[in-house]
Design a protein around this ligand. Structure first.
Ligand code: EAX
Length: 323
């Protein structure tokens, strides 16, 4: 009897101890990387992801937010598992999943609603699913924004004025082909190398969405901004498959929900920057000019037949026709 109750007491004590240990267990620490300052649309997305995971898991997971301006390296680290998540543009993603490059075709999307609709819909989600074959999980498409041309000195009233200019592009074959068709010399490099390349005159200009130009103070490196809006640049959140597939369904749902919250915050920040950014860049002294976008479309048109054979004219038309 005595033995029995002692034994019972011991079991309770072990139970309390075990529970106590679990409740105070160190959180599982994870990493998400993003390029650009933490206040940018990328930083806001990554911090929202981290905050949502921590809140929904009751602190069992802690997500460290790290700046990494080389987006290709971020994706490679996710493949290797040296970091769990990376949030950024799809710029270099086509080197892992070629199908994602269809969204890089210039003048494919007419506005933000169109791009978001396609990416969140069936076409986007089927491309997202392809990342698993490249050793990553595509968790959600986010948003960088419509890209515009900036130059250090050259005045570009029309595309012909930009002929022969060295323009930094992302490490992206579709962007490079489009600029080549327009007679511009595309110079691909990682975002991390861009500021120095502009400073040293290695390139004569670059192209990026308003949120990137703003957050990285490119007004200090570039005199002119031409509102070419020549291509929409999606965002992407990728995760490490070993980590994500090892989670319980309940925990996996936390990360999936956090991904959607991150995208919401990302897009809201893009909208805010689109609303205030041009006035802000002008007030910082940048020369901002409207251009005839149909001229840039015509200048890049020479690359279209090749895009059609790469991705299929039917798919491209389906994206254009999305309602
Ligand atoms: O954070 O490399 C680029 O130009 C991309 O726009 C990138 O997202 C910058």
């Amino acid at each position: 009897m005595l033995f029995k109750s002692l034994y019972g007491g011991l079991l309770v004590a072990i139970g309390v101890l075990a529970f106590g240990v679990q409740a105070n267990a160190d959180p599982v620490t994870l990493t998400i990387s993003h390029s650009s300052p933490v206040t940018s649309h990328w930083g806001v997305a990554a911090t929202t992801f981290a905050k949502t995971v921590e809140e929904k898991s009751g602190g069992r997971y802690k997500v460290m937010v790290q700046r990494l301006d080389n987006e290709r390296e971020g994706m490679e680290s996710v493949q290797l598992g040296s970091q769990e998540f990376a949030y950024g543009s799809t710029g270099p993603a086509g080197n892992f999943v070629p199908e994602v490059r269809v969204f890089d075709i210039p003048f494919l999307f007419t506005d933000y609603a169109h791009a978001r609709g396609v990416l969140d819909g069936e076409i986007g989600q089927s491309v997202l699913a392809k990342f698993e074959g490249a050793g990553m999980i595509g968790m959600a498409f986010g948003e960088n924004g419509f890209r515009h041309l900036t130059t250090t000195n050259r005045v570009v009233g029309q595309p012909a004025d930009a002929k022969g200019l060295k323009i930094r592009t992302m490490e992206n074959k579709v962007h490079m082909a489009a600029w080549s068709a327009a007679g511009i010399l595309p110079t691909p490099m990682a975002f991390s190398e861009l500021p120095t390349a502009l400073q040293q005159g290695v390139v004569d200009g670059q192209e990026n969405p308003i949120p990137i130009i703003l957050a990285n103070n490119f007004d200090q490196l570039q005199k002119h901004l031409y509102l070419t809006g020549h291509v929409y640049s999606p965002g992407l959140l990728v995760g490490n498959p070993d980590f994500l597939n090892g989670l319980s369904p309940e925990d996996r749902a936390i990360f999936d929900a956090a991904a959607l919250e991150a995208v919401k915050a990302n897009r809201a920040k893009v909208e805010e920057d689109e609303k205030n950014g041009i006035a802000e860049l002008k007030s910082r002294g940048m020369d901002v000019q409207e251009v005839d976008r149909t001229e840039f479309l015509a200048a890049m048109a020479g690359a279209m037949p090749d895009f059609e054979s790469q991705f299929g004219a039917e798919l491209i038309q389906k994206i254009r026709d999305w309602k």
